[in-house]
Design a protein around this ligand. Structure first.
Ligand SMILES: [Zn+2]
Length: 299
């Protein structure tokens, strides 16, 4: 009898912990934060260390992030991890970050803008993002590296950073539920990730280096409210998964850049400035892509 009780107790403990793991009762939120789509930013001088305007850009960046953290906590987040995802990835001053948030700072890191994500997270937020290279009326449009990349395609579809990074989250079963930035990146977010995500447009671009700005206080209230709403309906959003085999194409700006990338085994020239390769695992393919971009000379 005692033995039976012990077995029943063991089985019910297993069932409870299995159910808990399935439902992710902890609401862990991962935030990847870029800079070009931050409230107020319209020019590279505001995102580049060593310029007179960079310090302001950093203040605006941490303010948008803190607004997102507030929204996450209001939705019941039990842990919030913020990955600084722009340039040197040392733009967020830890002393200015919300005291409840955990910061991943610095670069390089293997998963770059998504470093730190894993299957324990319930949701991912992309704050301060920008549209892909070649988008009309989009503040500082580019894809990963403005001087190297003209386009990245995976299984035939050209993707902005938001799509490439959402596929990393999706690999771990984590949905991207919110994108903030200009109206152009919000449009691309909806097209790629579906109508159930929340997008928060904090500016409307007029060309590449000018925008009509939502007043800063209002923009941050919109971010907080948007995050709270998005985390309230996580179950509606499917993780963005790219089914293997993953056929990557990297179109460089100039052929000299492709000439460097093609030295890596497994890559092949598609045309003078475009390389292709196939990966059975999306994460391995993404890392390959990053390496091909990193070794390319600036044009
Ligand atoms: Zn950036």
């Amino acid at each position: 009898m005692k033995k039976h009780m012990a077995i029943i107790a063991l089985i019910s403990t297993f069932c409870i912990s299995f159910t808990a793991a399935q439902q992710k009762p902890e609401l862990k939120v991962f935030i990847s934060v870029d800079m070009e789509g931050i409230t107020g930013i319209v020019h590279g001088d505001q995102t580049t260390p060593g310029t007179a305007e960079y310090a302001d850009g950093c203040l605006w960046m941490v303010a948008d992030v803190n607004a997102a953290v507030e929204g996450a906590l209001a939705a019941g987040a039990t842990e919030v991890v913020v990955n600084d995802s722009h340039g040197s990835m040392r733009n967020i001053n830890p002393a200015q970050l919300h005291p409840r948030a955990i910061l991943i700072s610095g670069s390089p890191k293997p998963l770059s803008m998504m470093q730190g994500i894993d299957a324990s997270f319930s949701a991912c937020l992309l704050i301060g993002y920008h549209a892909k290279a070649g988008t009309d009326d989009a503040i500082l449009d580019h894809t990963i590296s403005g001087s190297v990349v003209r386009a990245v395609r995976v299984n035939g579809a050209e993707l902005p950073e938001l799509g490439l990074n959402a596929a990393i989250a999706g690999y771990y079963g984590v949905p991207v539920v919110l994108v903030s930035g200009d109206t152009a990146v919000c449009r691309q977010g909806g097209e790629i990730l579906g109508k159930d995500i929340i997008t928060v447009a904090v500016k409307e671009a007029h060309g590449r280096l000018a925008a009509k700005l939502v007043p800063m206080g209002e923009a941050r209230l919109m971010i907080t409210a948007g995050v709270k709403e998005a985390l309230g309906k996580v179950a509606l959003v499917k993780p963005f998964k790219i089914a293997p085999p993953c056929k990557f194409e990297l179109e460089y700006h100039v052929s000299a850049q492709a000439d460097m990338g093609v030295m890596i085994p497994g890559t092949k020239l598609i045309d003078a400035r475009t390389l292709g390769f196939t990966a059975d695992d999306y994460i391995q393919g993404f890392r390959m892509l990053r390496a091909m971009i990193a070794i390319a000379p600036a044009r």
